[in-house]
Design a protein around this ligand. Sequence first.
Ligand code: IPE
Ligand code: IPE
Ligand code: MG
Length: 250
Amino acid sequence: MPRAGTSVARAEPAEAGPLPKHVAIIMDGNGRWAAARGLPRVAGHRAGAQAVRRTIEAAIRAGVPWLTLYAFSSENWRRPATEVLDLTGLLRHYLRNEVTELAQEGVRLRFIGELTRFPPDIQTELTRAEQVTAANTRLNLVIALSYGARGEIVEGARRIAEAARAGTLDPATLSEEGFGATLLTAGIPDPDLILRTSGELRLSNFLLWQAAYAELVFLDVLWPDFGETQFAAALAEFARRERRFGARPG
Ligand code: IPE
Ligand code: IPE
Ligand code: MG
């Protein structure tokens, strides 16, 4: 029987193999989900927010300690102004209505991306959400907002160049760990599993540095249809993978 491959993961229990410490998800397919129903794209984004809720619960139940969700890319600002407005409106609604419950469930929130591109009231909510959940330990939830990996890497390089110019860093001593610490994900373990929904087979500028040895799983399901079953299937697929990190197999 062929392996599950990259596009389909079978729904099997994941108990047999290792559990990823960090699952990162490219939540794609909201627009196509809405179009298939003759609905406006915003309806797909609304349904996508429900899938976020289910996924957080699934991660908690599975015992995955780190979950990163790619909610909005730095390139998504190029979408029509009406859609950008719908998405920022939904984000505002989500922050105002869901953070209290997430806090009670033991979720620690952290946001990565060019957060200053959002309206000031959203930035205030983002800071508040991080503050009120800072002591939680059950699930570390990272939400990537206006995030782009190339921009993140260039910003890290800029900070290193400035430190070198200021004489506080000797370029000869720069290590991979040192470079990684300049990124937005400083202190966050690299993802073991990167999952993308909607059938697209690309990373779309997501965690390019951090993805070096991530296992990639691509599911045909559209994001609003994603839930515990698909999460479990992805964990099962991860458990079947043999990770080598460049070393000899076996
Ligand atoms: C993902 O769904 C949500 C965001 C990127 C903000 P899309 O809006 O990309 O949906 P498709 O890919 O057009 O179906
Ligand atoms: C990637 O989806 C970004 C998010 C899921 C937030 P896109 O729909 O923006 O990616 P492309 O345009 O298909 O590469
Ligand atoms: Mg898309």
